[in-house]
Ligand binder design. Structure first.
Ligand SMILES: Cc1cc2nc3c(=O)[nH]c(=O)nc-3n(C[C@H](O)[C@H](O)[C@H](O)COP(=O)(O)O)c2cc1C
Length: 296
């Protein structure tokens, strides 16, 4: 999770019998990502992955990819784009590649490229949510493709976990529930806001990063509104710029989001999905894993 995941969380998840994923873009320099990967490898903690937001033009992205290859991370989750280059670069080295997908078209392309698993991002996910429900998306993916499907969105307790497995998912990918943990370094205000929130307090806004992202409704979020800015709308109308915006928006978005979260507004933007409804206290990563996986 951008601006959220750290090595402590991944370490705790691995010790609890789950796996974890470092977000490459949380490290300004690829060498900092290498340091984080080595920290976990030195503790003989495996398998864990790295999330790469695909941006083939950027030197930084190519640096992250090199680090993943050189350090032989166990798997990569690729987001927002065509995973071909990552698959071609990583699979020969034995590194598995999973692709975030939100619909069948995207999944078809990812499977054709040779990904090892699909991460089905549903409309209940925190962050850049999908559009389909788990029933719609997971059912379609499982019935159409031979690769494992991992359900992402809305899972923070055992009932939801069981529901995803019953739909055919091979596992679940969880974000929001791990933010309110002792190992997570976000502010106490952020954690408290998660505890106080209900699913009705979550809204999708394009105003932070340019692409829809789930945030808790705060007076600040209400004040900036939910729609694209005038300039973004204008740019989108022109064909060539539209193409550029389509490719660049996720990357610009990450930077803008970061600016908001670490800037003067940091206490006002709390990214989370509707699974906040199951968060009632700050607990440990291991407790969250147990709450989800164990029969109560
Ligand atoms: C604060 C936050 C940051 C996220 N950052 C990323 C990210 O950098 N890359 C990514 O692929 N997904 C990101 N996600 C989405 C998660 O990987 C996952 O799909 C989602 O959290 C699952 O839904 P849940 O929040 O209901 O558990 C983020 C989610 C949250 C809540």
């Amino acid at each position: 999770m951008f601006m959220v995941t750290n090595t402590k969380m991944v370490e705790a998840a691995l010790n609890a019998g789950a796996t974890g994923v470092l977000a490459a873009h949380n490290y300004r320099h690829p060498e900092a990502l290498r340091k984080a990967v080595r920290k976990l490898h030195d503790k003989k903690l495996r398998p864990f992955g790295v999330n790469l937001v695909l941006d083939f033009e950027s030197e930084q992205f190519r640096g992250y990819l090199e680090v993943c290859k050189e350090e032989r991370v166990d798997f990569i989750i690729s987001s927002l784009g065509d995973p071909k280059m990552v698959v071609d670069a990583c699979k020969p080295l034995g590194i598995k590649v999973f692709s975030d997908v939100i619909n069948i078209q995207h999944a078809t392309k990812a499977v054709e490229r040779g990904v090892d698993a699909l991460v089905a991002v549903t409309r209940d996910a925190g962050g850049h949510a999908g559009r389909l429900t788990a029933e719609e998306l997971i059912y379609q993916l499982v019935s159409q493709f031979d690769v494992p499907v991992i359900a992402a969105g809305g899972v923070a307790n055992h009932d939801e976990y069981k529901r995803m497995i019953a739909l055919g998912a091979s596992g679940v990918s969880v974000g929001t529930a791990f933010i309110a943990t002792q190992e997570c370094d976000v502010s106490d205000e952020y954690k408290q806001a998660l505890i106080n929130a209900d699913k009705n307090d979550v809204l999708l806004t394009k105003r932070i990063s340019g692409i829809p992202i789930t945030v808790l409704k705060t007076p600040y979020i209400t004040s900036i509104g939910e729609r694209r800015s005038f300039l973004e709308k204008k740019l989108k109308r022109y064909k060539r710029l539209k193409h550029f915006m389509g490719n660049a928006m996720p990357i610009i978005g990450l930077e803008r989001y970061k600016h908001h979260v670490v800037g003067p507004d940091y206490q006002k933007i709390f990214c989370a999905g509707p699974s906040v409804q199951h968060i009632h206290s700050v607990t440990s990563v291991a407790d969250v894993v147990r709450r989800i996986v164990d029969e109560n």
